[in-house]
Ligand binder design. Structure first.
Ligand code: GLN
Length: 285
């Protein structure tokens, strides 16, 4: 413990964390914006707040994700609540949202389904960009659905023509069994696609995220198989399915889509140049 007066400048100098992470945690504890962290960097700080910051810093050093420590992560320009019950939204998943939004162009009052919604990031981002879209979101975790519901009410206009997010608990399409007549223009999913033995599961942020959101406890493709196999029943004729997947799964996912009667099957690369999402169109009967 130093006997100097604690200021933002002193705490940042002494922090074992990367400067950006230390600033995010400090800004969160002090409720200061980034510019205030600069302009007020020599102001003596309240001791209780310093203690709070130090506690978060210690937890971050032990590996807890920044998004969980501050309870939030930005995705598609929206600030989502994040808890340990949900996958932390990733920037590469914005590609899935953008691709779904392109598929919805020209369809009035489209119906969209997000399978395994977690934070609700994908569903809420689509609903936010397309106020007329009716968006269903499914998760088997009630804790995750509570987070998604909070994000939807925080981030979506209550008066949007498409209505609020329709949340259902259950496994993939089975969650919608009571709505068996529904058909969707677009189905999207960022399912658990990491193989059970993948060493990444015991590294970095992933150690603190719900294991069921990351891995199928099998070869990494079993959730994707279930989603592809069930899609034809739930899509409109000409409806499209897009899924996120692992860096080495694109070819296998395209083969699954083709085998289940999809046309226009293709993959899109993320900003790192990796084929990150694959999808196709259910041929009109
Ligand atoms: N994109 C995540 C990761 O590799 C995995 C998310 C998922 O399984 N859907 O860290």
């Amino acid at each position: 413990m130093s006997n100097t007066i604690d200021t933002v400048a002193a705490l940042l100098r002494a922090s074992p964390l990367p400067a950006l992470e230390a600033r995010i945690l400090l800004g969160h504890v002090l409720r200061w914006r980034r510019t205030e962290l600069i302009t007020r960097s020599d102001e003596p700080l309240d001791l209780a707040l310093v203690a709070l910051y130090r506690a978060l810093e210690t937890r971050r050093v032990a590996g807890e994700p920044v998004a969980q420590l501050i309870g939030a992560r930005e995705f598609f320009g929206l600030e989502f609540d994040v808890t340990p019950d949900v996958l932390i939204p990733r920037p590469e998943t914005e590609l899935l949202v953008e691709t779904a939004l392109s598929a919805l162009e020209g369809i009035a009052r489209p119906r969209v389904l997000d399978l395994g919604t977690g934070t609700g990031a994908i569903a809420v981002a689509i609903a936010s960009a397309r106020p007329d879209a009716q968006v269903w979101a499914v998760d088997r975790s009630p804790e995750a659905l509570a987070v998604a519901a909070r994000n939807a009410s925080k981030l979506l206009d209550a008066a949007r023509p498409g209505g609020s997010l329709r949340l259902f608990e259950g496994d993939w399409y089975a969650a919608l069994d009571s709505n068996a007549a529904l058909r969707f223009d677009v189905v999207v999913s960022n399912p658990p696609y990491i193989a059970s033995g993948d060493p990444h599961l015991s590294q970095g942020d992933l150690r603190f995220e719900p294991r069921g959101a990351l891995t199928d406890e099998a070869d990494g493709l079993s959730a994707i198989r279930a989603i592809v196999a069930g899609a034809p029943v739930w899509l409109t004729h000409g409806g499209v399915l897009w899924m996120e997947h692992g860096y080495d799964q694109a070819e296998a996912v395209r083969a699954l889509l083709t085998a289940h009667g999809f046309s226009e099957v293709r993959s899109e690369r993320d900003l790192a140049g990796i084929e990150r999402i694959s999808g196709g169109r259910l041929a009109a009967a």
